[in-house]
Design a protein around this ligand. Structure first.
Ligand code: AMP
Length: 283
């Protein structure tokens, strides 16, 4: 695997591949890689000749400076994992390379970036759209891979690609989970042993909501039950639990039809903020 920290040298490497008409897959990450990330890499290597992973903890998508500071970083282990996963190139720039000057460019996706994550992390999706646009322009991939775990992010990036005519195909890769159901996440590394056990509360909430909604329980009653589950578990705090249309994330008050609706959740376990989601009826 070749490692690049500069845009120009990555571009030189990729221009050879482009000239040979090789298909390029892009997997953007913030590092602290786990098997969920590797699943994206494998999806890319399965359908492209060249796979480029990026590792960059993007400051413009953090609205909380302590969250940015505490974000786990493990570049050496990440490189070893990517090599093993068959990744061809890694781009791991520093902030001077990505933001030559302080950026004032902002994105506004209307209601889509004001709900769910957007409500609790103002400016987050503008920062995501900015850095992903930069990565798309630098790498010019044929296909880019994102995880369903960050479903609102995927929906926003799909809107971005459509709006700005990037001409890139997107893949939404299913969430890889630990054996108890907890979605794999770099942030799980910050949980204490006790918190790690409690963190299954997100998956439990989604699974029981999925079942209850399929059985016809009213959304209001489901929300009350979920609130109770969280109130019983000390040192946790539910931030939101919502039902939405899978296509456009418009919030719903009842299930549209199986596979067309999604439940999304965010909450704190100790000081660590975790998110997850589940498509209704898909399990
Ligand atoms: P991150 O490094 O957290 O920004 O994640 C990089 C990419 O990996 C994003 O597209 C995530 O949605 C995806 N990802 C994160 N966790 C998982 C998981 N457990 N399963 C599949 N994809 C994931």
């Amino acid at each position: 695997m070749q490692i690049f920290t500069e845009i120009e040298s990555l571009r030189a490497f990729l221009s050879h591949k482009n000239a040979g008409q090789q298909s390029i897959g892009l997997v953007p990450t913030m590092g602290a890689l786990h098997p969920g990330h590797l699943f994206l890499i494998q999806s890319s290597t399965a359908e492209n000749q060249v796979t480029v992973a990026t590792i960059y903890v993007n400051p413009t998508q953090f609205n909380n400076s302590s969250d940015l500071e505490k974000y786990p970083r493990s570049l050496e282990a990440d490189i070893a994992l990517l090599e093993k996963g068959g990744c061809d190139a890694l781009f791991c720039p520093d902030t001077r390379e990505m933001y030559a000057q302080t950026s004032t460019v902002k994105f506004d996706f209307g209601p889509l970036d004001k709900i769910l994550e957007g409500e609790f992390r103002p400016g987050h999706f503008s920062g995501v759209a900015l850095v992903v646009s930069k990565l798309f322009n630098i790498v010019q991939p044929n296909i880019a891979y994102f995880g369903q775990k960050d479903f609102q992010q995927f929906t926003i990036i799909a809107r971005l690609v459509d709006e700005l005519k990037f001409g890139i195909q997107l893949r939404c890769i299913p969430t890889l989970r630990e054996s108890d159901g907890l979605a794999m996440s770099s942030r799980n590394l910050r949980l204490t042993e006790q918190e790690r056990k409690k963190a299954v509360i997100l998956f439990k909430s989604l699974s029981s909501a999925n079942q209850a909604l399929l059985e016809g329980m009213a959304l209001g009653d489901v929300k009350v039950d979920i609130q109770k589950i969280w109130e019983k578990e000390k040192n946790t705090k539910l931030e939101y639990f919502e039902l939405a249309d899978r296509e456009n994330l418009i919030l719903l008050d009842r299930v549209k039809s199986a596979n067309q609706s999604i439940v999304l959740i965010a909450g704190y376990v100790g000081e660590v903020r975790l998110i997850d989601n589940m498509i209704i009826g898909a399990q």
